[in-house]
Design a protein around this ligand. Structure first.
Ligand SMILES: *Cc1c(COP(=O)(O)O)cnc(C)c1O
Length: 362
C-alpha cells in the first residue's frame, strides 16, 4: 500500500487524496484522447473545456455574479505584489497597506518601488501576533486601493472581519485561506492567491478581479502582466500552466460537491478548535503565538519552552508520521498548517501526540 503521512506543511501543501487518485487515473489517457493532459495543446477543445469550467466553478464557489472575472496568471503570489500596483494604481495615486506579516511587508515593499504607498497599520512591534480591528486605522479617501493579507501564513494570524475600506477597492492576498470559508465577493476589488497552499499545486496564481477595475491597466504594461489583456483572452493569451489549472479545477469541483464553502468552514472551525484547545489546556507547555482574537484557522503557530525542546518535538512527531511542523525559518517555533485538505483525523493524531509528548517532557 502507498504510504501517506499526516502533512502539516505550509506549502506546497497537502492535496485531497481523491483528487490525486483522479489525476493518477487520468494521467496517461485523458478521457479517451489517448494522451495525457500534460501533452495536449492548450488550444485544444478538451483543454478549453477544463480551463473554462474551472473559471465557472471558482466563481460559483465564491458566490460571484457577473461583476468579477477569474484570471490564471504566472509568477506566484509574489509577482502579484508588483503586478497589483502596476495595474491598479494610476500615475500619481497612492495605495494603502495593512502590514500584518512577512508577506504583506513584502507586498508593501514592492508597492513602494513604482509609486506611492502608505502603511496604515503594522503589527511588526508585536512580532506580528495580531491583525488590526476596524477602528485602528484610517483609509485615505481616494486611495487607489487598500491591500491586506487575510491570513498570515508565517505568524499564524487571520482576519475575522473584512477591513473597513469604504469606497476604496479592497485588494486581498488570500494565498493561504482562499476557499477556507465563505466570503462576500461583492466587497472585493481584487483577490489573488498562489495555488500551492489551499487550492492546488504550485505553478498557477489565481486572480479574481472586479471588471470595472480592468480599465485601470495601462497600455505600457507587458501583455502577460496586464489584467485587462489577460481577461480579454480568458487567460489563454499565452500557454497557461495547464496541469496546475486542471488540478485546481478538480479541487474546486470537489469543494462544490461537498456542499461549498459553508461546509468547508465548519470543518475548518472544528479542526482549529481542537488544536487551539490542546494548546490552551497544556498548562503552558505549549504557548500560542497569535493573540486569541487574531488566531488563524489555517496556520496554527505555537512555541515550547526552548528551541531544543521544539526540535525534539518536530523530530518525535515525524517518527509518528506527523510531518511539516517546523515553524518558518524567520520565526522558529512550531506551525501546523491545517488547510482544507488536512483531515480531522490528522488533527486528532497531532493533538494526541501533543498530549503524549507533553506528559513525557512536562
Ligand atoms: C506563500 C505566500 C506567498 C508567496 O507565494 P508565492 O506563490 O511563493 O509567490 C504570498 N502571500 C502569502 C499570504 C503566502 O502565504
Amino acid at each position: 500500500m502507498t504510504r501517506r503521512v499526516h502533512n502539516f506543511g505550509a506549502g506546497p501543501a497537502a492535496l485531497p487524496l481523491d483528487v490525486l487518485e483522479e489525476v493518477q487515473r487520468q494521467l496517461l489517457d485523458f478521457e479517451g484522447t489517448g494522451m495525457s493532459i500534460l501533452e495536449m495543446s492548450h488550444r485544444s477543445g478538451v483543454y478549453d473545456r477544463i480551463h473554462h469550467q474551472a473559471m465557472v466553478d471558482i466563481l460559483e464557489l465564491l458566490g460571484g455574479g457577473d461583476d468579477h472575472v477569474v484570471l490564471f496568471m504566472g509568477g506566484g503570489a509574489r509577482t502579484q505584489f508588483a503586478v497589483v500596483p502596476m495595474n491598479l494604481r494610476p500615475p500619481g495615486a497612492a495605495a494603502d497597506y495593512l502590514t500584518t506579516g512577512s508577506w504583506s511587508e513584502m507586498a508593501f515593499a514592492e508597492a513602494k518601488k513604482g509609486g506611492a504607498a502608505h502603511e496604515l497599520w503594522s503589527s511588526a512591534a508585536s512580532g506580528h501576533s495580531s491583525v488590526p480591528a476596524r477602528g485602528e486605522y484610517q483609509v485615505h479617501p481616494g486611495a487607489a486601493y487598500l491591500h491586506y493579507t487575510s491570513n498570515n501564513t508565517i505568524a499564524g494570524t487571520q482576519y475575522t472581519d473584512l477591513p473597513a475600506a469604504g469606497d476604496v477597492p479592497l485588494v486581498c492576498d488570500m494565498s493561504s485561506d482562499i476557499f477556507s470559508r465563505p466570503i462576500d465577493l461583492a466587497r472585493f476589488g481584487l483577490i489573488y492567491a498562489g495555488a500551492q497552499k489551499n487550492l492546488g499545486p504550485a505553478g498557477v496564481t489565481l486572480v479574481v478581479v472586479r471588471k470595472d477595475l480592468l480599465e485601470r491597466s495601462g497600455p505600457h504594461l507587458a501583455d502577460t502582466l496586464s489584467y485587462a489583456k489577460m481577461a480579454a483572452k480568458d487567460s489563454l493569451l499565452n500557454t497557461p500552466p495547464v496541469f496546475a489549472i486542471y488540478i485546481v479545477g478538480l479541487v474546486v469541483r470537489r469543494l462544490l460537491d461537498q456542499g461549498g464553502l459553508e461546509t468547508v468552514s465548519q470543518k475548518n472551525d472544528e479542526k482549529a478548535s481542537l488544536l487551539y484547545d490542546a494548546i490552551d489546556s497544556s498548562d503552558g507547555f505549549y504557548r500560542g503565538h497569535a493573540q486569541p482574537a487574531s488566531r488563524s484557522k489555517m496556520n496554527v503557530t505555537f512555541r515550547l519552552a526552548t528551541p531544543e525542546l521544539e526540535a525534539a518535538f518536530v523530530k518525535a512527531a515525524a517518527e509518528h508520521d506527523l510531518v511539516g511542523l517546523k515553524g518558518h525559518r524567520s520565526v522558529g517555533g512550531i506551525r501546523a498548517s491545517i488547510y482544507n485538505a488536512v483531515g480531522l483525523e490528522s488533527v486528532k493524531a497531532l493533538v494526541e501526540f501533543m498530549g503524549t509528548f507533553a506528559a513525557g517532557r512536562g
